[in-house]
Design a binder for this molecule. Structure first.
Ligand code: PEP
Ligand code: MG
Length: 762
């Protein structure tokens, strides 16, 4: 039959219809059934089958068919070097054959009854370069499928590949023999906070499911209202108690999140809405269900992802009240000694519920590196993995889990061998921490006595005990956006003054570098939604604050006032890309000082710096030097802008690498230029906290390394293990390499050679 004979024309509408039905499927099995049924009809052929890769073997398994013997589903398995299916999967190209039996790789499976079929078209299901399956159509007669039919199958295949890769977690797709090895699943997300934990999953309590509450007529509306109001009051008390438990672990502004919850409860809106529904005849739980659903929906519909997460807060509050309504006794959640909180987002209230010492890990289906939860986890020193993607986790409460916060991955129900490996790793981490603790009072100095400054990055925690414990030289980066992100409105000058004063005071006389508000990009404000096509190239950092002088001046005034009598403030401006921006920022600072002086508040002039994180700044160091006292290089943003890779986008995350030789050369140039211009330079991005990269930065002659608490003593160990000449040689070598991978291998070798192999493992 010729390819252009009277075959059905395959239309876009038909494709869309299949895709829609597949998306509406309850589970993967149903999705596969829909595909084989619909594709077979659309191509008017005799068979459609899907083979799915079982990566534990690895083999391609027949998982759905219409036309072959249904009894063969789950039974027929092919390795990559077996049959035409294996051939298509390994070559990752379609095969279109008039008579399959003539193909050298043809293999007959008696279970399938397939000797009757000749025409054969198969397309690989490829997701991120990996073959995850093969989609096949077959025909009794000899038939070469037409080009539009091949295109149709390829298109369906691309959709199916993504669906297969995002298959629901917790559903065992491949039937397995229950055996000593159990079922283990590795899920790749994004690193949230470093460290490794072996623990047990704790899901949000489902004792009282709001959605499951039925309507019931209130027998006595007055009594029902009183019961409800008491439950609200008790919930407020409970939240206050949780906030108190976090006392000393969190800054005042972070604990303010609890106040937000208490406030929501105290506001007439929600409570009175429920009361109105009770007076209309519903009993309290039914009225509460409707009010919570309505309030949560308002937030869910917001475009801003941060606002969407507020819906979770509302539901969490509703859930707590329901627990109170349903029982006279509070549900006392029993936490395992190694609790790993898992959820869409893990709220602060959930973190605070866990008794101190029992929280060992955090895993969020949503969220990215800079989400609140990740920042908090880093500051509390709890390993976290973010952004696993939408998954069904309902069945996983209590299941064992390994959280690998270094690589951003988790293992659910890990195999004993994997647990053993990670146990060794956790033990090693403990030994490493104990070992580097001994370096606390030693100088951060190379073997040839070149002194380096170590700084701390802080955001949510204002608890300076950590800084004292680590004996750092300065706060190299205070991310001032966090107090803004944990509130319901822009904080007032007084509120900001109080926060900044505490930090400056706790650290005086050592310098504290406060960065002005850096929102936008991946740091949205709940109360100032921005909808931008391309937020990382949009209204963020200094661009935003210069356009909002009211907000900018308030912040600058608060910082300047906080510095009176202490004089350890350094102010730094984020996202400087053009000279006019630094000039305007300086003018704003001058104006704030002048106005304060006019009000009788003489404030000392702070030292001023610019962040180097926008590529244009790389080439403007001499001009920028005229307007600043120091530079701080933000390698997180600089890497993403140089490589054009969004650091939070899982599709391209693997391309994000600050060891790319292009990034290394750029950094070397900046540090050299800054030195030539007589301005000190520091690095406050994650690169400064990474042992291999630290060698390169030392080789560049970097003066100050600023990082989160976790890394300080490890980096000190690196600094104390090399001479500056050694680091220069290593840098020289790296700059001539072709790719990040070879640089990584070389740096790991150097660390091992210097006796720091334990840091490579970490
Ligand atoms: C950076 O970009 O490297 C940096 C330190 O700033 P942030 O990660 O807060 O954007
Ligand atoms: Mg940045």
């Amino acid at each position: 039959m010729s390819p252009d004979s009277t075959l059905p024309s395959v239309t876009l509408a038909r494709l869309q219809e299949i895709v829609q039905r597949v998306n509406a499927a309850e589970d993967l099995h149903e999705a596969l059934e829909i595909i084989v049924h619909r594709v077979k009809a659309a191509l008017d052929t005799d068979v459609c089958s899907v083979f799915v890769r079982d990566s534990s073997v690895p083999q391609y398994v027949l998982m759905a068919t219409e036309g072959l013997n249904p009894g063969a589903v789950g039974m027929v398995r092919m390795a990559a070097d077996e049959g035409i299916v294996g051939f298509v999967a390994s070559r990752q190209e379609p095969v279109n054959l008039a008579n399959a039996a003539e193909h050298p790789r043809y293999r007959y499976f008696p279970e399938t009854d397939e000797q009757r079929f000749s025409g054969f078209l198969a397309v690989p299901l490829v997701h991120f370069r990996q073959s995850v399956g093969v989609l096949v159509v077959q025909q009794v007669s000899q038939r070469v499928f037409a080009n539009d039919e091949v295109a149709f199958l390829v298109t369906i295949g691309a959709q199916l590949a993504a669906t297969l890769s995002n298959a629901a977690l917790g559903t065992t797709f491949f039937p397995r023999e229950p055996g000593p090895l159990g079922h283990s699943e590795l899920i790749q997300g994004m690193p949230g906070a470093p460290g490794v934990t072996i623990g047990n999953i704790v899901l949000p309590s489902r004792l009282a499911e709001l959605d499951a509450v039925a309507d019931r007529a209130a027998e006595d509306a007055g009594r029902e209202e009183a019961i409800f109001r008491r439950a609200v009051h008790e919930t407020q008390e409970e939240l206050r108690a949780s906030a108190d438990r976090m006392e000393g672990r969190l800054s005042a502004e972070t604990r303010a999140i609890f106040d937000v919850y208490i406030l929501i409860l105290g506001q007439d809106d929600l409570v009175e809405d429920v009361v109105a529904r009770i007076r209309n005849g519903n009993w309290a739980p039914g009225a509460l269900r409707d009010s919570i659903a309505e309030h949560a929906k308002l937030f869910e519909q917001a475009e801003d992802p941060y606002l969407q997460t507020r819906a979770e807060d509302i539901r969490a509050i509703g859930h707590r009240i329901l627990l109170r309504l349903f029982s006279d006794v509070t549900e006392v959640k029993k936490y395992p000694s190694n609790a790993v909180l898992l959820g869409d987002e893990v709220s602060l209230a959930r973190i605070a519920d866990v008794p101190p010492g029992q929280l060992k890990g955090i895993v969020c289906l949503r969220g990215a590196v800079l989400s609140h939860t990740a920042v908090l986890a880093r500051e509390l020193g709890i390993p976290a993995v973010m952004g696993l993607g939408p998954r069904n986790v309902r069945a996983l409460d209590g299941h064992p889990i390994i959280v690998d916060g270094y690589r951003g991955r988790v293992f659910i129900d890990p195999l004993p061998a994997v647990i053993q490996e990670y146990r060794r790793f956790v033990q090693h981490e403990g030994q490493l921490s104990a070992k580097v603790a001994a370096l606390r009072d030693l100088e951060a100095m190379t073997t040839d006595r070149v002194q380096v400054r170590l700084g701390l990055n802080v955001g949510l925690l204002t608890d300076m005990d950590v800084a004292a414990y680590l004996a750092v030289d300065e706060v190299g980066l205070y991310r001032s956006e966090f107090p803004f992100m944990t509130r319901e409105t822009f904080p007032t000058e007084e509120e900001q003054h109080e926060i900044y004063r505490k930090i400056l005071q706790a650290f005086a006389p050592k310098p504290v570098t406060m960065r002005t508000l850096d929102i936008g990009g991946d740091k949205p404000l709940p109360y100032f939604p921005m909808t931008e096509e391309n937020p990382f190239l949009g209204w963020r950092g200094i661009r935003f604050t210069l356009d909002q002088p009211d907000i900018f001046l308030t912040q600058l005034r608060a910082m300047l006032r906080a510095n009176v009598g202490l004089n350890n403030l350094r102010i730094m401006f984020p996202m400087i890309g053009q000279i006019n921006e630094i000039k305007a920022a300086r003018q704003a600072l001058d104006r704030a000082r002048r106005e304060l002086a006019e009000e009788g508040n003489e404030c000392p002039a702070p030292t001023i710096g610019a962040m180097v994180e926008v590529p244009s700044a790389l080439f403007s160091i001499p001009t920028l030097s005229r307007y600043v006292d120091f530079f701080s290089i933000g390698t997180n943003d600089l890497t993403q802008y140089l490589l054009a890779v969004d650091r939070n986008n899982p599709n391209v995350a693997r391309l994000y690498n600050h060891l790319d030789p292009a990034v290394i050369r750029a950094l070397d140039g900046v540090i050299r230029e800054a030195r030539r211009c007589g301005k000190p330079a520091s690095v406050c991005g994650e690169m400064a906290a990474e042992p291999g990269s630290a060698i390169l930065l030392l080789g560049m002659g970097l003066e100050t390394f600023s990082m989160s608490a976790f890394a300080v003593l490890r980096i000190k160990w690196v600094i104390r293990s090399f001479s500056s000449q050694q680091t220069k040689n290593i840098l020289h070598h790296a700059m001539r390499m072709e790719c990040a991978e070879t640089v990584r291998i070389m740096l790991d070798d150097e660390l091992r050679r210097a006796g720091l192999g334990e840091l490579v493992l970490a």
